[in-house]
Write a protein that binds this ligand. Structure first.
Ligand code: ADP
Ligand code: MG
Length: 314
């Protein structure tokens, strides 16, 4: 996700995780129902699973150094709740690890107030964390709960499933584009970038209806690709059905579409569900799961970049 892409000829973000982290201690505990590779991990707890996820926001990467503290607080919590929703979980608590360049009371008061507002809205309590001195970064570990066999895993998409998303794409990415090109991003894009509002209750409501889900944080095509790879299936999408932010109409339509579906920071859910559930689902139908691999849009295989990678070469 987001704007300060690293130039590197080294291994990409997901290969890096796979090669250096994915094997560590994976076989040790019977209580771990699902480890690395989904939006969150699942740990067995009676008839439920506790769902755990951590996401870090780094100044200059996930937000601009001049972004207001209330935005940073809101976003740090919401991006984590978005991952819990993508597992079908109901959130209940979180831990905050914050690194601060200085102890600035005005900044902290605004940060704390916004974090409290977001936490109350989501019905989650701050139960611990860590505070250190250094370049500004905010890391939140969020905890949720889901019935043990109802989690929405990336690996559960089935042939013939419909594919849905819960909102329009590319609005936050337009904010970044506008800032980089000295354009006015406008109120809508600014709000989407600074105060993302993922559907934090929807994931849970989809339990029993949907098969697989992921939250769109790195671009629709990148995140949908994770479902496809984990489920060993392909996807057919219809371009016309994919809602993209109207702000992008300043660019030629192919470029606008490409940016909207590959840029990230959308924090909508992308999920698959059997056609039999269609009448119960209130989301945008964008395609279906098919045999094979990869993504076809209007019958053509998508061969370009799919989304954001922190370590991809530019
Ligand atoms: P998301 O975008 O849903 O937050 P990521 O793309 O950040 O997920 O990570 C993909 C998967 O890799 C997740 O299951 C995450 O928990 C895991 N992961 C990422 N970084 C690490 C790491 N340093 N050590 C262990 N697991 C990691
Ligand atoms: Mg995610």
């Amino acid at each position: 996700m987001t704007h300060a892409k690293q130039k590197s000829d080294a291994v990409g973000e997901f290969d890096l995780i796979e090669r250096f982290f994915s094997h560590i201690g994976q076989t040790l505990s019977n209580d771990v129902m699902l480890g690395i590779g989904d939006d969150a991990a699942l740990v067995s707890c009676g008839h439920d699973s506790i769902v755990l996820t951590v996401d870090t926001l780094v100044s200059g990467v996930h937000f601009y150094p001049d972004d207001p503290p209330d935005s940073i607080a809101h976003k740090a919590l919401m991006v984590n709740l978005s991952d819990l929703s993508a597992m079908g979980a109901v959130p209940f608590a979180f831990l905050l690890s914050i690194t601060l360049p200085e102890s600035n009371e005005t900044w902290l008061a605004a940060f704390s107030k916004a974090l409290n507002t977001a936490a109350l809205r989501a019905q989650v309590s701050l139960i611990g964390g860590d505070t250190t001195h250094g370049p500004l970064s905010v890391s939140i570990t969020a905890l949720g709960r889901v019935k043990r066999d109802q989690a929405l895993k990336r690996s559960s998409a089935k042939l013939g499933d419909n594919i849905y998303i819960t909102g329009e794409l590319g609005l936050a990415a337009f904010y970044v584009y506008a800032r980089e090109h000295q354009l006015d991003p406008g109120e809508r894009a600014t709000q989407a970038y600074r105060f993302p509002n993922p559907p934090i209750q929807l994931g849970h409501q989809l339990c029993g209806l949907a098969h697989a889900a992921i939250d769109v944080s790195d671009g629709l095509l990148a995140d949908l690709s994770h479902i496809l790879t984990a489920s060993h299936v392909g996807a057919r999408l219809t371009r016309e059905s994919i809602p993209t932010a109207s702000e992008w109409t300043i660019l030629p339509s192919d470029d606008a579409f490409r940016r909207a579906v590959t840029s990230g920071d959308d924090y909508v859910l992308c999920f698959t569900a059997p056609k039999s559930a269609a009448a119960s689902i209130d989301a945008v139908l964008i395609g279906e799961i098919c045999e094979g691999e990869g993504i076809q849009i209007d019958g053509k295989c998508w061969t370009g970049n799919v989304g954001y990678d922190h370590f991809a070469s530019t």
